[in-house]
Design a binder for this molecule. Structure first.
Ligand SMILES: Cc1cc2nc3c(=O)[nH]c(=O)nc-3n(C[C@H](O)[C@H](O)[C@H](O)COP(=O)(O)OP(=O)(O)OC[C@H]3O[C@@H](n4cnc5c(N)ncnc54)[C@H](O)[C@@H]3O)c2cc1C
Length: 335
């Protein structure tokens, strides 16, 4: 049942123990756990991780500052060391297939290039998409002059002239975190409802509030120069912090019928999961930003590893059930 001698480098036509959809930190660590457990595992990755625009991965113990692409390169090598395969491609369909006579689950996964793969279990580790507010000039600076996460970029922008663009209740939370990093902070309220108490708190922390609507972000060849307001005034800024709407990436996975939930305060939507990344869909696990929108690289990798080990345990139980089924059949034939 389990493909312990997994050396076939053409997974089409065979049923592998697990397919991992998405090869970022979560997917690769899940695959690493599975491959090290002598499970046949194929990672399918479309090569577009969330932090691709960033220069380095920050706050990752032992690897602080490593380039995102370099980290994933090491991860792919490590998965390959134990016989796991990483395919470049995009999953465009995934669905349960008929289970085996002994009750083991089956899935069929289609790739954009026409390849079709079969597996006993799936790990969804597709990450999320950040949707930026629709402000002219903003998107071009995403991951550099436009940042969202004080733990990812905060130290690098310390003491800069920073502006927080108000897009909802989470922007207030962001103000306090970026105020920790600079004394020069402007909040562009953007219609965010600020009560008197909040305005007082901002004032005593030295945060300037601008209520005039933002027209666009201005920049030159060195980066952001400021925020142009609707009345024509330019407020000089070098860095802008913004909260994004975080949308779990589930395109192409509709056939799995995964439970997707909206989070409060317009934060976004995620795939709901339980212990170790289990989902309501038998045989399908989810890990990383697809289910935990706020997980950083370390937390995503940890969740992928946990899901991978949980999948291995389920497969071990299924292998035993299959052996029992076979033993029962042989006994019936003999009698
Ligand atoms: C600008 C920026 C900077 C950041 N900096 C840091 C930092 O310094 N430190 C830190 O800890 N965190 C940082 N983060 C957060 C970090 O990006 C996430 O924690 C991490 O990427 C989550 O890992 P993941 O594996 O869940 O998803 P991802 O890394 O996004 O990986 C998902 C993978 O799945 C693939 N995929 C998606 N759909 C499909 C499909 N249908 N078929 C095949 N493949 C698919 C994608 O191409 C991608 O490669 C940053 C985020 C951003 C936006």
């Amino acid at each position: 049942m389990s493909s312990t001698a997994w050396t076939d480098h053409r997974p089409e036509g065979t049923t592998v123990d697990a397919i991992v959809i998405g090869g970022g930190a979560a997917g690769l660590n899940g695959a690493l756990m599975l491959a090290r457990s002598r499970r046949s595992v194929v990672v399918v990755d479309s090569g577009d991780p969330r932090n691709a625009p960033a220069d380095g991965v920050r706050g990752l113990l032992g690897l602080d500052g490593i380039a995102p692409a370099e980290l994933l390169h090491h991860g792919r090598e490590e998965v390959g060391r134990y016989g796991g395969q990483v395919l470049t491609g995009e999953v465009v369909s995934a669905a349960p297939a008929a289970p085996t006579p002994d009750g083991d689950l089956r899935f069929v996964v289609g790739l954009a290039d026409g390849r079709v793969l079969h597996a006993r279990r799936l790990l969804v580790a597709t990450g999320l998409r950040d949707v930026l507010p629709d402000i002219p000039g903003l998107a071009a600076h995403w991951g550099h002059g436009v940042v969202h996460c004080p733990y990812c970029h905060g130290w690098e922008v310390r003491d800069e002239a920073i502006g927080v663009l108000g897009v909802g209740p989470m922007s207030i939370h962001q103000i306090w975190l970026f105020r920790q990093l600079t004394d020069d902070l402007v909040f562009f309220s953007g219609g965010t409802d600020l009560d008197d108490d909040t305005r007082t708190r901002l004032a005593v922390r030295g945060v300037t509030v601008v209520d005039t609507p933002v027209a666009r972000v201005e920049s030159d060849d060195r980066g952001i120069t400021g925020v142009r307001l609707a009345d024509g005034l330019l407020v000089p800024r070098r860095v802008l912090a913004v909260t994004t709407t975080m949308q779990a990436r589930t395109d192409g996975l509709e056939g799995l019928d995964l439970p997707v939930e909206d989070l409060p305060n317009g934060m976004g939507r995620h795939v709901a999961s339980g212990m170790a990344g289990t989902t309501q869909v038998p045989g399908v696990w989810v890990a990383g930003n697809a289910t935990e929108l706020h997980a950083q690289v370390g937390a995503s990798a940890a969740a992928g590893g946990l899901a991978g080990s949980h999948i291995n345990a389920h497969l071990a139980a299924a292998d035993t059930a299959a052996a029992l089924h076979l033993a029962g059949r042989s006994a019936r034939r003999a009698s």
